[in-house]
Each structure stands twice: as C-alpha cells, then as structure tokens.
Design a protein around this ligand. Structure first.
Ligand code: SF4
Length: 288
C-alpha cells in the first residue's frame, strides 16, 4: 500500500478511535496489515481485480480476512463469507464464494470488495474512488449499496472521489481538496447551490451536465508539485481572480457562511470585486 494510503488509514483510525476499513481503487493489495496506536487493525482493500486475484492466489479469498481479523474457524469463516456476499447482493453466494475474479463482472467484483471491507464490521469505511471504471448504471447501484449498508449498519462512510455528480448523489457534507489542502468545507446542499471557493466553482462548472454547446469546461494549468509551491495561494496560478495578495500570502482555512473556505475573496463576499480591484491596483506592494 502506498505510504499515503497507509497513513490515511492509520490516522483515520487513530482520530476516530474506531475500526476503519479502506475500499480503494488504485494500488495492488498488500499482505501485511498495519496496526494503529489504539492496537486496532484497520483493514485495507485496494484495486478490486488485483486484490481479489491476490487473495485467491493465496487460496484464502474472503475467509482469510475473517480468520485473521476475527479469529473465525475455517468453516465459520466460509459461512460468514457467504452471508456477506448475500448482504452485498451477489447472486448465488454459496457458489460465488469460490469464483475467480475473471468469472465476475466489474460490478460484482466491487461488491465482493465491499463485502471484504465490511467483513470485520468497521465503524468507518473509507471508499476511495469506489465507482471508478464502472459504467453509469453499475456506478449508481454501487453507490446505493454503500448508502444502504451505511444506514443498515450505522457505519460512517468517507467517500473520496473526483466525480462531483457522485458527491451530489451521496454526500451529506463535503471537503474539497486542492494540492493536498482543504479549500472548502460545507454541506453538500449549500456547496452545490453556492460554492464559495473559485476551485469548487470551476469543478462544478466542469461537470458534463454543465457543458454548454457540447464543449466541456476545463481548468487551465495543472496542480503544483510537492517541490514547487509558491508562497501564496496554491490555486493562484490557475485562478482568474488572483491578485498579488493571492500570489504572496497563502490564505488560511477560515469560517465562512456556515462552512469554511481558503480564499482571500470568497465568491459570496459582496465586496469581493472592489477588494480584488483594490489589491490589483496596490500590486506587489500589498502588505500581509
Ligand atoms: S486566494 Fe486568490 S488565487 Fe486563491 S482562490 Fe482565492 S481568489 Fe483565487
């Protein structure tokens, strides 16, 4: 597991004091399971095909997780694995428990991954791009499955995604991140109604449904690398509202309109145009 993912898992577990599971889509599975400061063993499940294949190659499949983390005997582990497959909507689970990934559709693979992620009854499930590479219909089914499991189990779900439509369908509160920083935090309803950070607004404008005359909006430029970060706002080089103040002073994340925003000129500020104009006139002499 990449270090960032391992740390995400351990920190989430340490912060919440809860059993945490990670359902992700970007790296091969790792045999070793990290232990956090609370002595908990957060479970990590990554790229569905690779992880399933690796599990099956170890001839343990779903039962291994249950035996390792819950101390179940092989027979109990198999029965529990079948029950979990049934819970996530896999047809004929007693047969599918022995199936190889190549015998399953992408949607079924993702359901098996979800079954593995909830096998040890986590209190928080971190779902990292759980619908990547799935078509729109299956994507909706997987989201509905996650939300129904959340309700039925009283489990927290942290959804990590680049897809704002997925956010709109599923999230109650949203953290928008840019270059590793939170730039906006608010309820999903208010975020989609009135985004306050220019990056959030640009993300929402880039959704396919917003494409005017068949052209998809884009955000020019690229995020900064870890080693090439300006002293000012990290979104500054791509922001149409940037001033010298933006370029020289990095904005803090601050309370704003019932949420938080990291911008000197939030979009809902009635004085923003005057302040931007004033700061552009002042130019490089602007003081912190
Ligand atoms: S601080 Fe300036 S550059 Fe950064 S997002 Fe706000 S307006 Fe844009």
């Amino acid at each position: 597991m990449p270090i960032a993912r391992r740390e995400l898992l351990l920190r989430a577990s340490a912060l919440t004091g809860a059993a945490v599971a990670l359902l992700g889509a970007a790296a091969p599975a790792e045999a070793a399971t990290p232990t956090d400061a609370n002595g908990l063993n957060p479970l990590s499940i990554l790229d569905q095909t690779a992880a399933l294949q690796a599990a099956i190659e170890r001839a343990a499949a779903k039962g291994e997780v249950l035996r390792l983390h819950m101390g179940l005997a092989p027979r109990q582990a198999r029965e529990r694995a079948i029950a979990l497959l049934d819970e996530v909507g896999i047809p004929d689970p007693a047969y599918k428990v022995n199936a190889f990934p190549s015998q399953m559709s992408g949607g079924q693979q993702q359901r098996v991954m979800i079954a593995m992620a909830i096998a040890c009854n986590p209190e928080v499930l971190i779902a990292d791009e759980p619908t990547t590479a799935l078509d729109v219909t299956i994507q909706a089914q997987i989201l509905e499955l996650l939300l129904s499991l959340q309700r039925a189990r009283g489990m927290g779900v942290i959804l990590v995604t680049h897809n704002m439509d997925v956010v709109a369908q599923s999230a109650r509160s949203v953290l928008v991140m840019y270059a590793g920083q939170i730039v906006e935090e608010r309820s999903s309803a208010t975020l989609f109604q009135a985004p306050q950070h220019p990056y959030t607004a640009a993300l929402l404008a880039a959704r396919p449904a917003q494409a005017a005359s068949g052209r998809l909006a884009t955000i020019p430029g690229a995020p900064p690398g870890l080693l090439h970060r300006s002293a000012g706002c990290l979104f500054g080089p791509r922001c149409p509202y940037a001033t010298d103040r933006s370029r020289t002073i990095r904005p803090d994340l601050r309370d704003w309109k019932g949420g938080k925003v990291r911008c000197h000129y939030p979009l809902g500020d009635p004085d923003r145009h005057a302040r931007i104009a004033a700061d552009r006139r002042v130019g490089t002499e602007v003081a912190p």
